[in-house]
Design a protein around this ligand. Structure first.
Ligand SMILES: [Zn+2]
Length: 297
């Protein structure tokens, strides 16, 4: 249990958590399987938190009252915006793939969840990075800056790697993972049955990943949307975390419209764990339908 306690304490003590008044993390390791064609997808829990309704991230243009109305209409707890941190494990012939790595220890518990899935870090062959924010790449290195997944190729869009390297705060991360990094042009195929999807806007090289098997597919959307209530209900609202807020909102609207029309399975790192489900049109926006019948182990 020690990692879980450490995760909670670290979150409470961190400046981000304190300034954002995040609720205490109550996250236990979890791995949830879902079949896709001939593949086994597994959602791994890394963290759970509540963002406050302070108009710094959600409702930056509309204010907290408008956000509150959206939360109330969805029956959510007033004043709190639920944000999970989930990562995706995909076992395919010849490859053990992770999509993002979560915060990393001690704040994140993804490694404990990975153990529940029966996979050792050294068995991971490929890591597909959506973008370079700490809740997606933090788990790539340990506290000493050493790679956690020593045998994995770390794949991301070339524009994202350029952006990560340009930020001085990433020096430790860059030093640790540079020998593992292999970049691709946004939208390129990255592995057999896996194509990247250009979702730039949140960050310069932000990528989704579409994984296909036996005629079925899932789109891992990264941070194209954050809150299953606010981001889906009001996709056109500016998102404080988006580097390019206009492009981010346009992507959100167009990708969600396509996903609702095609009824493609979605995996979201920030929707409620395990993050598998579908979007449907609801009023002027969209609503989340979690995949039913999944059980965590
Ligand atoms: Zn994120």
């Amino acid at each position: 249990m020690r990692p879980i306690i450490l995760a909670a304490v670290a979150a409470l003590l961190s400046g981000v958590a304190a300034s954002a008044q995040l609720g205490p993390l109550v996250a236990t390791p979890a791995a949830t399987d879902m079949k896709l064609g001939k593949l086994r997808l597994t959602a791994l829990r890394d963290a759970a938190a509540n963002a406050p309704n302070d108009a710094k991230v959600f409702g930056v243009d509309t204010g907290p009252a408008a956000v509150e109305a959206v939360l109330a209409a969805a029956g959510a707890t007033p004043g709190q915006i639920s944000l999970s941190v989930n990562t995706l494990l995909v076992r395919m012939p010849g490859h053990v793939v992770l999509v993002d790595t979560g915060y990393g220890a001690p704040r994140g518990i993804m490694l404990d969840s990975l153990a529940r899935a029966g996979v050792a870090p050294a068995a991971v062959t490929d890591i597909l990075i959506s973008h370079g924010h700490g809740d997606h790449v933090g788990g790539l290195i340990d506290a000493d800056g050493k790679p956690v997944f020593a045998k994995a190729t770390v794949r991301m869009a070339a524009d994202e790697w350029t952006a990560i390297q340009a930020a001085p705060a990433n020096a430790k991360l860059v030093a640790g993972i540079t020998p593992q990094v292999k970049t691709f042009v946004a939208g390129a195929a990255v592995l057999p049955g896996v194509a990247s999807v250009d979702l730039s806007g949140h960050t310069p090289g932000h990528s989704g990943y579409r994984i296909t098997s036996a005629g079925q597919s899932v789109l891992a959307i990264g941070d194209m949307a954050h809150s299953y209530i606010v981001s889906l209900g009001k996709p056109d609202w500016a998102m404080g975390y988006d580097r390019d807020r206009k492009q981010g909102a346009e992507r959100r609207r167009s990708v969600l419209a396509t996903e609702a029309r095609t009824e493609e399975l979605i995996f979201s790192p920030h929707f409620p764990y395990p993050g598998f489900g579908h979007v449907v049109v609801a009023g002027e926006g969209f609503a989340w339908q979690p995949q039913p019948g999944l059980t965590a182990k």
